[in-house]
Design a protein around this ligand. Sequence first.
Ligand code: EPZ
Length: 420
Amino acid sequence: MDRYVICGGERLSGQVKISGAKNAVLPILAGTLMTKNAVLKNVPNLSDVAYTVEILENLGMNITRENDKMNIINSGIVNTVLPTELCSKMRSSILFMGGMLASAGEVTIPYPGGCSLGNRPIDIHLKAVEKMGVEIAESSNGIYCKVRSLQGTKIKLPFPSVGATENIMLAGVLAKGETTISNCAIEPEIVDLAKFLNSIGAKISGAGTDTIVIKGVNELGGCCHRVIPDRIEAGTFMIAVAGAGGNVKIQDVIPEQLRPVISKLKEADVEVKEDENSVTVCSDGFIANTDIKTMPYPGFPTDMQAQFMGLMCGGLGTGIINETVFENRFMQVPEFIKMGADITIEGRCAVVKGVEKMKGAKVRATDLRAGAGLVITGLRAEGVTEITDIHYIDRGYENFDGKLRGIGADIIRINEQAVQ
Ligand code: EPZ
């Protein structure tokens, strides 16, 4: 298993380019199940994307990639049972449900394994597709879903679930009649998925608002679509600069989508300058701790919580983090405490008392964003920090250590096999 070794204390400077958004490209790839041919640009090089491509190829798709450009040819679905091994490696295999039901009329999805963010239920997804006429049965190798023809209907979500909104959009595109999703997610990744689906002939309106309407069509064509930049990767680099200190221009971003992180960093006395498609962060490395409450977009993103916690560990004063989206997203706390952090958890809140100096230590990534938070803390900690289980980080960050070295961080990736 690979690990990162970081020597803290280096200030960051220069510029870094943000890659395409993981949480946009994954549902869009699921949507290619309904096309004959699609070309995607700005596709990030991530392990979750690689697993998704393997699953699509297992289902019969032909996919080639050249740098950040991906060409997908769908000559027909040959298999409707998702491979368990591959699905267990990524949390979002449920996203194949809508596209498979729309294109093949059936799918068997392995039971979603728990992960460190809680048990990741899929009840909202299943209730929604049942309303569209899908029959669901539990089988030995997963959840079996079958439908003769998807029926448009009105669905009100109990919670603006990102994945459930995406699955219903995918299922509604070829359904008979009109599907309305109310109380749906309004994340930028939802808007990008709708843009991709409309470019292949879908009739979706309202994406980005709390009510989406999908008019079912009979067939779809092909398209060329550029994936939006990853607002979570961008926010992660912004917080890294805030903590380590320095002056870095973060390029290929959509500042409007970074608003919640920008305002929190400004509250913490960090300077952020916005241009049309970049933000520049300037920091002396000292930040004033503030409170954060994670909320669905446009609130503070839950996917930025661990990174901001990593910043607050060495900030001035005390801040309270209220994690309202996931039931168990503080798995990173014991690892921060190994580095000298003063954090107490009270239910879904974490009270972070900033300490003078965080110390380098041997820690492990417990999930994708927790790993990024530990890197952020290691960049500013005294001494050397070693982070193991960085395969989690590879799920959502393309060339993370390379991009950080490019702006002056002292971080290397050690490949365990090479060392033995
Ligand atoms: C998406 O996950 C993202 N993943 C997550 O990013 C992100 O944290 C999350 O949205 C919230 O923004 C992808 O897009 C691939 P949800 P998703 O359905 O769709 C509960 C990352 O770090 N819920 O909005 O799984 C659920 O347990 C990842 O990039 C149900 O109870 O999120 C959670 O508490 C992590 N029943 C809450 O809703 C359901 O059927 C939010 O989940 C579905 C969800």
